[in-house]
Design a protein around this ligand. Structure first.
Ligand code: HEC
Ligand code: HEC
Length: 250
């Protein structure tokens, strides 16, 4: 009986030791894991610099207005709002196989296309999720509804705004459907970024906030300020409609 009691106590002691051992092991593991996660994040952030992206792109904003004669210094768009602006899936494919977005060399009115450096699929994956962290907190999500199919009344209104009232396509390339043509035709000027497949590239909320305040996102650009007091052609509902319309280009 006495032996049994001692044996029982011994078993309990062993189990307690085992449990505490295990606990310290799992605790130290989460600590290790956290350390790995932190280092991984640092490596990712450094990756943009190691890959040389910062030689042409700024990652901080809002960018300042630069005098015309010094614009040559800006080699590429400021990516401080990359997370608000680009869809992750788009970035991942584009970075592996970059196709020109503009018919002019960035920051100039010179006709031509730029051959962007490309990344391996593994690097593109890391970089595209990393770029999603670059955000302007002033851009509120949920401003432009994510319609699978844009409602007809909004489509009709936006089409007239885009094609007639404010000729957006005088600077942006698009496929548009005109009543006299059966199939959509490619129209548009060169000075702005192309809107072909813009619904796969951009995010609706970004388009709305950009239209409201283009100078915040591109102080050196030529995009007109349509909603200001002096040139009040578009109101807020118009801008939501236009943003949803641009998101339907895919
Ligand atoms: C030699 C300069 C240069 C380097 C280096 C460079 N970029 Fe660019 N990048 C540009 C230019 C110029 C554009 C505008 C392209 C256009 O208008 O067709 C651009 C555009 C972009 C865009 C926007 C695409 C869009 O749809 O508007 C992203 C995102 C981007 N670059 C990411 C990167 C990343 C990530 C790296 C680092 C791996 C990088 N860039 C390295 C010059 C550069
Ligand atoms: C006078 C030419 C011009 C007109 C007209 C114009 N844009 Fe733009 N737009 C620009 C330029 C230039 C940029 C920014 C520069 C760049 O990124 O190359 C721009 C940028 C944009 C962007 C940001 C997209 C991106 O990829 O950076 C959106 C969205 C946009 N315009 C929407 C519109 C809409 C909607 C209209 C009509 C209401 C319009 N634009 C009319 C020239 C124009």
């Amino acid at each position: 009986m006495n032996f049994n009691k001692q044996f029982f106590l011994f078993i309990i002691l062993i189990s307690i030791i085992c449990i505490t051992e295990n606990k310290t092991v799992s605790e130290s593991r989460t600590f290790e894991q956290k350390k790995v996660e932190r280092t991984e994040k640092k490596i990712q952030e450094n990756l943009l610099f190691t890959l040389g992206c910062n030689s042409c792109h700024a990652f901080e904003g809002p960018s300042k207005k630069i005098p015309l004669n010094a614009r040559k210094r800006i080699k590429g768009p400021n990516l401080w709002i990359a997370g608000n602006k680009y869809q992750k899936k788009y970035l991942e494919t584009w970075l592996q196989k970059p196709t020109p977005i503009r018919g002019v060399i960035w920051g100039t009115m010179r006709k031509g296309t730029f051959h962007h450096p490309s990344l391996s699929s593994q690097k593109a994956k890391i970089v595209s999720s990393l770029l999603q962290n670059y955000k302007d907190l002033q851009i509120k999500t949920g401003t432009v509804p994510k319609w699978k199919k844009i409602p007809r009344r909004i489509l009709r209104k936006a089409r007239i705004l885009f094609q007639k009232k404010t000729p957006c396509y005088s600077c942006h390339k698009v496929y548009i459907r005109k009543t006299v043509y059966r199939t959509p035709i490619k129209v548009g000027g060169e000075s702005g970024p192309s809107f072909i497949n813009a619904g796969k590239r951009l995010k609706g909320d970004f388009i709305y906030f950009f239209l409201k305040n283009p100078k915040r996102y591109n102080p050196n650009g030529r995009m007109p300020v349509f909603g200001d007091k002096a040139f009040h052609v578009l109101n807020e509902t118009d801008m939501v409609a236009l943003s949803a319309y641009i998101m339907s280009f895919r």
